[in-house]
Design a protein around this ligand. Structure first.
Ligand SMILES: Nc1ccn([C@@H]2O[C@H](COP(=O)(O)OP(=O)(O)OP(=O)(O)O)[C@@H](O)[C@H]2O)c(=O)n1
Length: 395
């Protein structure tokens, strides 16, 4: 019997990131041997066991074949004759398919320094590439979301998705396979991705490959608008940097559904939130978003015009805001809403200035009169840039 540390733990160790959970594969063992060694079998379909002390997962090496749709339609073959190479081949990405042999079932000290790498994971770590192992990638549509999540997680390290992997992801989307994913799996991946330090990357990637249509279609429609998409992405980026909680990040994502929030003047007028509320609830139901997040997002979108002008509120308006947010019972909720409101406005301002910067770069020496000298050049450039920005319409 051989025991190997596999998957995320090997990958994160190589990337110098904290290893949060360890998964092991056991080759050449039977279910009976595992039970005799004190391991507890979990899951009826898969031969997976929990270590009696550490509770870490030990799976018998297995191969899988696609039988039906979605994440669950697999037939599993686990026998002592399944090799490590076969087990690793059914996995999603090369960087997730490396192994380190450990001493025994009860001692996870590595036997040697060797990284077992049949599918080019080490090279892809070096090249910072998320690459599928084989066409078996397409047997599990959840992998579309997983790859987008890994892309977001390692975005700061400079990782990209390999072209041919992106093609497989797109094919999975257009085949309609994502419709067979359970709401729980979609939310699990999406909420994890949203809590990463670059949450915008996951959502942008799903939008780019048309994967937001599954469960998130109102979001997809809203993101067709460049102003909405760019502002919300920036808001999510700031949310990641500022370590906002999941409710706050979800609320910022859901502001996408209120297009009128993106015209800066609209924040002063009373906002009709019936349609965004309907869409938020629709997403909440189809992806089974925990109610606490949808409720917070609804409250945020409704109160954003008020939250964004705290300085100008009358005493009566402040009292009403306190009551609407139940701040007399849970003051931290009001604080969280205020932070969200700042992040949203910062994103609006950021986009405004990025557009101004874009406009600025469009003006050069060719746009001013020839023959000017010294300070006249600077003054003419400044004036040309002002005039250009005043009429600038990028999209
Ligand atoms: N749909 C999936 C889910 C998992 N795996 C494989 O199973 C391993 C363990 O899966 P999991 O614990 O879900 O992911 P990790 O890679 O450990 O990533 P994370 O750090 O996000 O938990 C992965 O590395 C990958 O080899 C896969 O191929 N396809």
């Amino acid at each position: 019997m051989q025991v190997y540390l596999v998957g995320g733990a090997v990958r994160d160790q190589l990337l110098g990131r904290p290893v949060t959970d360890k998964d092991f594969v056991v080759v050449g063992a039977t279910i009976e041997q595992m039970l005799t060694a004190g391991f507890q079998q979990v899951g009826a379909d898969f031969p997976v066991f929990l270590h009696p002390k550490t509770q870490e997962e030990y799976a018998l090496a297995r191969t899988e074949r696609k039988q039906g749709h979605g994440y669950q339609g697999f037939s599993v073959y686990a026998n002592p004759d399944v090799t490590l190479k076969e087990d690793l081949q059914r996995r999603d990405l090369t960087i997730n398919a490396m192994a380190i042999e450990v001493t025994s079932l009860t001692d996870d000290t590595p036997l040697t320094n060797e990284i077992i790498d049949y599918y080019g994971g080490l090279n892809d770590i070096k090249d910072k590439t998320l690459r599928h192992i084989s066409c078996a990638f397409s047997e599990d549509p959840l992998r579309v979301l997983r790859v987008a999540r890994f892309y977001g997680r390692y975005y700061d390290l400079g990782f990209t998705i390999a072209e041919d992997t992106l093609v497989l992801m797109q094919q999975l989307v257009s085949s309609g396979e994502l419709a067979h994913l359970s709401a729980e799996r979609i939310w699990q991946e999406s909420s994890r991705a949203t809590m990463q330090s670059s949450p915008h990357v996951y959502w942008q990637q799903l939008f780019d490959i048309g994967a937001l249509t599954e469960g998130f279609s109102p979001l997809h429609d809203a993101w067709m608008d460049t102003a909405v998409r760019e502002t919300v992405q920036t808001a999510l980026y700031f949310a990641g940097q500022m370590q906002l909680n999941l409710s706050q990040r979800w609320a910022l994502l859901m502001t996408s559904l209120s297009a009128n929030l993106f015209a800066s003047t609209a924040l002063d007028s009373s906002l009709d939130v019936s349609l965004p509320t309907k869409h938020m609830n629709q997403i909440g139901n189809s992806v089974k978003v925990p109610k606490v997040h949808t409720q917070f997002a609804n409250l945020f979108v409704q109160q954003l015009p008020t939250l964004s002008k705290i300085d100008a509120l009358s005493a009566a308006e402040k009292i009403d805001l306190i009551q609407t947010c139940s701040a007399h019972k849970t003051p931290e909720k009001l604080s969280q809403l205020l932070v969200c409101s700042h992040v949203f406005q910062l994103a609006l301002q950021h986009r405004q200035m990025m557009l101004a910067l874009h406009s600025y770069h469009e003006i050069g020496m060719d746009d001013i009169a020839s023959g000017l000298r010294g300070p006249e050049i600077g003054a003419a450039l400044r004036q040309a840039r002002i005039t250009h920005l005043e009429t600038f319409s990028p999209f």
